[in-house]
Ligand binder design. Structure first.
Ligand code: DC
Length: 223
């Protein structure tokens, strides 16, 4: 087993940005598992499949091909060979993904793929259940938290930069709904692993969080 860093936490806690920077600094392959759930959601939406149509979802999963690639320094996401990096961040996918991510056959398909990625390469993997379900024996487990209002502010800003039109109130509502379903769902809910290091990022800068995590990883490697 390679060296595994698990980063869990809610949407807007800074996971994505921070994981990318730490991965680069520490030479770890960065894996965004949320992007994988977003790909499945996009594929279902494209095929007009609803989250209660389990048989249809299972059949989609049989041949789904999701690739996370780095090209010219950019992290790209391919769904069935098509670049969907931007499309998986759409408002439609964002508002539906929590429903799809709660489905057993989808999680049963994604979890082994994620485990496989950590077999041969040193990774930093971000998601909701990485330190609890995917890699319960990860070398380092971090739980990144943040107040719900600050999370909505960050996502709203990101959306503006990407040209996604949504008011702050809409973003806040979406984040609240997702938080409820992610923490209350039956399968792999978002919980803090007993042995995770908890970091509240509400008042911290990206650099401060990165510094903390890098020092935690270094401690682990050298001790
Ligand atoms: O991190 P994100 O917002 O891109 O995640 C998209 C959705 O996928 C979100 O609703 C939570 C879910 N997810 C999950 O259930 N398990 C993971 N390991 C990663 C994401």
């Amino acid at each position: 087993m390679a060296f595994i860093v698990a980063i869990d936490g809610p949407a807007g806690s800074g996971k994505g940005t921070i994981t990318k920077i730490v991965g680069k600094k520490m030479n770890l392959i960065n894996i965004d598992t949320g992007a994988m759930y977003r790909c499945v959601t996009l594929e279902c939406l494209n095929n007009n499949i609803k989250s209660d149509e389990i048989e249809k979802i299972s059949s989609i999963l049989e041949n789904i091909d999701i690739q996370l690639k780095k090209e010219n320094g950019k992290e790209l996401v391919f769904l069935n060979k098509k670049d969907v990096t931007e499309e998986i961040r759409s408002v439609e996918v964002s508002s539906n993904v929590a429903n799809f991510a709660a489905i057993k056959c989808i999680r049963d398909k994604m979890t082994p793929i994620q485990r496989e990625m950590g077999k041969t390469q040193n990774i930093i993997m971000e998601g909701r259940d990485i330190g609890t379900t995917v890699f319960p024996n990860a070398d380092v487990k971090i739980y990144l938290d943040c107040s719900i209002e600050e999370r909505a502010r960050r996502r709203y800003k990101q959306n503006l930069e990407k040209g996604i039109e949504q008011t702050y109130e809409e973003v806040l509502k979406n984040i609240k709904e997702r938080h409820k379903s992610e923490t209350e769902r039956e399968l792999s809910p978002l919980v803090i692993a007993d042995d995770a290091i908890y970091i509240d990022t509400t008042t911290l800068s990206i650099d401060e969080v990165v510094e903390k995590i890098v020092s935690i990883i270094k401690d682990k490697i050298f001790n």
